[in-house]
Ligand binder design. Sequence first.
Ligand SMILES: NCc1[nH]cc(CCC(=O)O)c1CC(=O)O
Length: 404
Amino acid sequence: MREQPKPNSMKKQNLVIATRQSALALWQAHMIQDLIKSLPAFANFTPELLPMVSTGDIKLDTVLAKVGGKGLFTYELEQALKAQQAQIAVHSLKDVPMIPEEQFFYTYNARHYHEDLAVFPQGSPYQRLADLPAGSVVGTASVRRKALLAHFYPHLQTKLLRGNVNTRLAKLNDPEQGYDAIILARAGLARLEFLEQLQVEILSPQNGWVSAPGQGIVAVQWDKNQKVAAYSEFLNDPVNQLLTDIERGVARHLGGSCSLPLGVYAGFVNSQGQEVATNIISSQRNAFALEVQKQVCSSADLEQTEQLLQAYQQQLKSLPALQEFAQSLDLAQIQVQVFVGDLQAQKTISRSYSLPFGKHSIVDLQTPELQAQVDSFVATIVQDLQDQGFKEIKTLLDQQLAEQ
Ligand SMILES: NCc1[nH]cc(CCC(=O)O)c1CC(=O)O
């Protein structure tokens, strides 16, 4: 028998990770770097960071909808991939355009928090948006958050607030800036460990405040033209891939970018109608995947990616422990919340949809059958939103944006 080369006897290749330079972006890139270091399939790679500046970090004076939304935070990182200066790029999925260029695709990571938060300045007597006095000023740059504020809190005004998370918090606590509250993503504040020190109100999809498609998920962007793309599946979380396909699918069909005030959130609900925490399902599923990856990689030639991947996927599907775990889960349906509104709350669509989901499907989420089911579910949602007046909202919104 041919002697298998040992991982540590091979020459290691650099795996360059393109990232933005904000504290949040760097935290996320380090998370992916640590993950890669811990995965047996990447034993031949040395991950290192390439911090970069994006257009979105420079143009800080306009609403996101007006600066374009087409890859504002991703363009420069994609250029580095194309030039092969980097092998992967790490993004907040929320910032990733709905229609990627043909040569790119994404893998997804755990989603701990999907919600938005209202954050109040230090020492503020208020802890809920509803309690703020009429005319109070709330900072945001997102048209989705503006439309939600107009819909649920018509007594409040909004004022443009741009910059990365750290900058926005500094502006909130500077009385000269005049903000009574700002809206931020829970995920970003949790990652930067700011949550403990802040006075916040959680705004959740279950209460109608629907988060952005993909919010809270860290995505890795891969370039089909680079060899390392063959390893992408080892880094993927199929649970979040499934839910994300629904959220981003709806947004894509509605022509969504950040210029549309659209919220879409998909999650699992059990037979009692309660939400099942996705991060618990995916972390457990990923723990099984890691065990399989260890076994497969210790007995194989790491350069034989194709075979490695096949063995990995097959063993994972037939793993008794994963089957058992899947059967213990009560995932009765996938529930999707959608919000579309305009900036003056003249017209709003707020709907909930559900897709029946089998107990065992968690074992293999990548079947063509499930994919087809998801596609037709997305088509049904989009059709319903159009029947409910989506087109009129879009026209209204375009007028409002033009007047601004
Ligand atoms: N556009 C900025 C951005 N992109 C992703 C996040 C938060 C992290 C996430 O959603 O994963 C933020 C900050 C915010 O909206 O408060």
